[in-house]
Design a protein around this ligand. Structure first.
Ligand code: ZN
Ligand code: ZN
Ligand code: ZN
Length: 258
């Protein structure tokens, strides 16, 4: 095994079940229909990184028993992808160092604004505030996390350009509504492709299920997984019948070896 991908959360912005919702998917007793906010853990040799730190980050770190982190990659600044950043304090304490975070300049600016207390000057900064070393990724330039090469991908989320990531034979793209053909070129030869799809009918800022299926057919990874799943999609058990072979609906806790 070269790499291990663990789905820490596979739900859309509100998670599944949605608070106060009585739909079939939200009432499902199938554990695969209980979805925390979208995030993955990627382990390459002894390097461990997380893509996105939503409001469920703490619970996800406990559930997956993650004891150290080498870096966090942020796709974009929506709350369901950054709200848990305060909880890196646990890793600051255990590792005795700031946590490295990579983000686009716009997302980095949002992080500095939303977590301003973590970026206060020495002397003013509250002792015990999160320690974050923020690395801005300009123009989708490749970078590495503790020796693991990461290629950012330019993805559109409605009218907003955000980042997907290619790491070796894995490509992880959430909150996508469009990707240019030039970026699809960067996905040649991938083994595992993760794409988001929130519901059956089109959405202005997300792929529908059919649009995601069409994109899998265009990119042709060996294995495809769907994440950022909304409660508007049918319960997990009914979903596999709607998907072509080679494409699966991810669920929280699913581990994929590459
Ligand atoms: Zn989202
Ligand atoms: Zn519901
Ligand atoms: Zn979003």
């Amino acid at each position: 095994m070269e790499m291990l991908l663990t789905f820490l959360g596979t739900g859309s912005s509100q998670g599944v079940p949605v608070v106060a919702c009585g739909c079939d998917t939200c009432r499902s007793t199938d554990p695969r229909d209980a979805r925390l906010r979208t995030s993955v853990l990627v382990e390459v040799r002894d390097v461990r990184l997380v893509i996105d730190v939503g409001p469920d980050f703490r619970q996800q770190m406990l559930r997956a028993q993650v004891r150290s982190l080498d870096g966090i990659l942020l796709t974009h600044e929506h709350r369901d992808h950054i709200a848990g950043l305060d909880d890196v304090r646990a890793f600051n304490w255990v590792q005795g160092s700031p946590v490295d975070v990579w983000a686009s300049p716009r997302t980095a600016e949002a992080v500095r604004r939303d977590f301003s207390y973590a970026f206060a000057p020495a002397g003013i900064k509250y002792p015990g505030a999160p320690e974050v070393r923020l690395h801005e990724v300009h123009n989708y330039a490749p970078f590495d996390v503790a020796g693991v090469a990461v290629q950012p991908l330019r993805v559109m989320h409605g009218s907003m350009p955000i980042m997907g990531f290619r790491i070796g034979a894995l490509a992880y793209i959430t909150d996508i509504s469009h990707i240019d053909p030039s970026e699809i070129e960067r996905l040649r030869g991938i083994d595992v492709l993760v794409l988001s799809a929130v519901r059956l009918i089109p959405h202005p800022a997300h792929l529908s299920l059919q649009q995601a299926i069409d994109l899998f057919a265009q990119i042709v990874p060996r294995r495809g997984y769907i994440t950022h799943v909304g409660h508007q999609l049918p319960p997990h058990a009914e979903m596999q019948g709607l998907l072509p072979s080679g494409v699966e609906l991810a669920y929280d806790g699913l581990c994929v070896e590459l």
